[in-house]
Structure formats: C-alpha cells, structure tokens
Design a binder for this molecule. Structure first.
Ligand code: FAD
Length: 372
C-alpha cells in the first residue's frame, strides 16, 4: 500500500497527460502521471502544431523545452488538388511548428520533470475502478486521488470505464506516417488531395519532413498492408512519390485508426477526460495537440482552483470544464466536417481549391475559424 496521497492521478503521459500534469503540479497539487510506455514515446502524427497551439504551449511554459530540440516553423497551409491546382494562405495568427513526435515527447517529459509536485511512473500497467471514488491500482499500490484524469489516447480505457463512450461512428479514417531526410521544400504544410485519401507534408526540422497519409476505409481500399502500406498509398500521389523516391527514409511507418472517436461526455464523478481520450474527430485540420493544450488550460482555470480550496464542489467545476471544452471543439468539428464533406466530390474539391487560390484572404479566414 502506498502512503502517499495524490490530489490528481493521470492515466496516460502523452502530450495531453503531461499538459494536464504540468497545470496541476504548478498549482501545488500533488500529481502522478502513469504511462504504460517508456519515454520518449513515438506515435503516428502529422506533427504540425498550429499557431493557436504554439500560443498555448507558451502559456503552459513548455516552449523553452521544445525550442531545445530540432523543429521547423510553417507559415500557413497549401492545398494541392489531384489536377495540380494549388491554393495557399498564411496564418494570420503567426507561425505553426513542425516537430517530430519523439522530440516533442522528450521535450514534454523534460518540462514535466521540471515540476517538483509532479511524479511520473513509466512502464506501468494500471487497473482503475470508478465505483464510488476513483481507485487506481498498480504495482501492489491502491491509490484514491481526489481527481482522476483519463489521458490515455484515442482508444481510451478510462473513457470506457467511466461509461463516456459515444456511439460507434460510421466514418472510418486511418492514418500512417513516415519521416524522410530532405530539406523542407516549403514553409507551408502541404495537403495533397487524392480520391478517398490525402497526403500531407510537414517540415519538422531543417533536414526532414513528415509525410502522413490519411484514408477513408469506405472510399479507398489500400492495395498493400504492413510495411508496404505506406509506399502503396504514396504512389497515389505521383509528384510527391517522385520527389521522395530516392530520399532516405528515417524510420518505419506508424499507423493509427479508426480515428473518429465519439464521447457522450468528458466528465464523470471525480473523473475527467483530456486529449484524444475526450473524443477525436480527424487530423486533417491538424488540431489535436492544440486542443489538448487548450483543454489543459481550461483544467487549470476551472478545476484546479476548486481542487485546491474546495474539493467537495468539484462537480460544478467539472461541468464548467466540459462546457468550455465543448465550445472550443465545435468550430474545429465544423471546419473539419466541411473539409471531409468536400472530399466526397473530388471535382468540387478542385473547384474549391481554384476559388481559394483566387481569394487567399478567404482561405486565411477559414484557417482562423478552425483555430477559433
Ligand atoms: C495520422 C495522424 C496525424 C495527426 N496529425 C496531427 C497534426 O498534424 N497536428 C496535431 O496537432 N495533431 C495531429 N494528430 C492528433 C494528435 O496526434 C493527437 O491529438 C495527440 O497525440 C493527442 O495526445 P494524447 O496525449 O491525447 O494522446 P496520445 O498521444 O495517444 O497519448 C496517450 C498516451 O497514453 C498512454 N496510455 C494508453 N493507455 C494507457 C494505460 N492503460 N495506462 C497508461 N498509459 C496509457 C499511451 O501509451 C500514450 O503515451 C494526428 C493524429 C494522427 C493519428
């Protein structure tokens, strides 16, 4: 049995879990993060942090740690249709950052270790029950925190145990990524639109790019699987394939999906969800990390003060957290839905890219709406 009482226990130490850990610990809450993997942790991701996310990372105090690692800025988004038409717009909010996931994980781990009230245990297998109070068991310890946070990603077990899972979505999109050693040829995140699939390229250092491929399982059947999957998808974008054909590949591909995960809610008694565990729609608009960072700031604003002074009033603060998160999720969901609907008609996509090419200010405005 452990002697130690934690105010907050967080299951999952990805970006969302560490953001949450940092905001709790910097407000003097005794916080424990339990992560099943060992740092640094890699994951399929497009690795672009939108300008709004960059601002949130500053507010969370993690930017100085990220800046010690290789990263690359990007100043906007460029769309490329299957007919080769392009449209691009700069962000009006500043630059985004591209950073390899494994580097982001190292940076976040360093930032978290800098917090004296934050403990991180890695390689752990936890059992959680939420009968009356949250109870967390691992390594012969039984802990009962004042608040349990589920930050265990897309296929969250905490979400399931808290009975917060939504109905099963019909949309089934998947993603896979690889890194290539090549000087970024663009200061934009480039999105190539194919038929039932997309490729996007993010500059992640002065000498490497991330290439992520997303596809809709209903509209596109990959011709290969396993290690051949990535190349078979990349072949669907002949210009991009040609550019990368003889370039050194830096790692094995990593895939994730199905990406759309619905929730009925993101809070239960003494429990809240954050990051992908709180529901995820689609990465096509590159918002996952920014949303998780903003949720952590809402956690700090609405829930942390109550935990410090008045834990018996936690219920109301959890509701406030939930409402605030819903309000930032909506514009992102709206814009992402628009983009995904557009994908159903490739000719229309081409036409829209043509219009955005003529009206870059409109494109810029749409990017801003997506970032709220
Ligand atoms: C193909 C793809 C491209 C993407 N592109 C972008 C992009 O360009 N920009 C962007 O902002 N977002 C992007 N995203 C989304 C982004 O990757 C996620 O939103 C982000 O990783 C969410 O962080 P998280 O901490 O919630 O989840 P995760 O990063 O998945 O972290 C969850 C952590 O919980 C741990 N865990 C799970 N179960 C347990 C358990 N039982 N016990 C202990 N630990 C556990 C896992 O090991 C993991 O470390 C993309 C996603 C995909 C799939």
């Amino acid at each position: 049995m452990s002697e130690k009482d934690y105010d907050v226990i967080i299951v999952g130490g990805g970006p969302a879990g560490l953001f949450a850990g940092i905001v709790c610990a910097r407000n003097n809450l005794q916080t424990l993060v339990l992560e099943k993997q060992i740092y640094p942790i890699d994951k399929a991701c497009g690795e672009g942090i939108m300008p709004s996310g960059v601002v949130h990372l500053r507010e969370l105090g993690v930017s100085p740690f990220i800046e010690k690692h290789p990263y690359h800025y990007f100043k906007g988004i460029r769309y490329i249709s299957d007919k080769g038409r392009t449209a691009e717009a700069n962000f009006s909010e500043g630059s985004g950052w591209g950073i390899q996931r494994i580097k982001l994980s190292s940076a976040m781990f360093e930032a978290a270790c800098d917090q004296s009230n934050l403990e991180i245990q890695t390689g752990v297998s936890v059992t959680v029950s939420l009968d009356k109070n949250p109870e967390v068991r691992f390594d012969n310890k039984i802990l009962q925190p004042k608040l349990l946070i589920g930050a265990d990603g897309l296929h969250s077990r905490i979400r399931k145990i808290a009975k917060l899972e939504g109905n099963y979505p019909k949309l089934k999109r998947w993603g896979v990524r690889k890194h290539f050693r090549i000087e970024p040829w663009s200061v934009f995140v480039e999105i190539y639109w194919g038929c039932g699939l997309e490729a996007y390229v993010t500059p992640v250092s002065d000498s490497s790019v991330n290439v992520s491929l997303l596809w809709d399982a209903k509209r596109y059947k990959p011709k290969q699987s396993g290690e051949k999957l990535f190349d078979s998808l990349l072949c669907e974008f002949p210009d991009l394939y040609e550019r990368l054909r003889s370039v050194e590949v830096l790692d094995d591909s990593r895939a994730a999906g199905p990406l759309y995960q619905k929730t009925r809610g993101i809070v239960a008694e003494k429990t809240l969800l954050i990051g992908d565990a709180a529901g995820f729609f689609d990465p096509i608009t590159g918002e996952g990390i920014s949303l998780a960072a903003k949720q952590a700031l809402y956690l700090e604003k609405h829930v942390v003060p109550v935990l410090q002074k008045n834990p018996e009033k936690l219920g109301k603060s959890l509701t406030e957290y939930s409402i605030a998160c819903r309000n930032i999720y909506r514009p992102y969901q709206l814009m992402t839905s628009l983009v995904l609907v557009l994908r159903l008609w490739p000719k229309l996509t081409d036409r829209v890219i043509q219009i955005l090419h003529i009206f870059p200010a409109l494109f810029q405005k749409l990017l801003s709406v997506n970032m709220r």
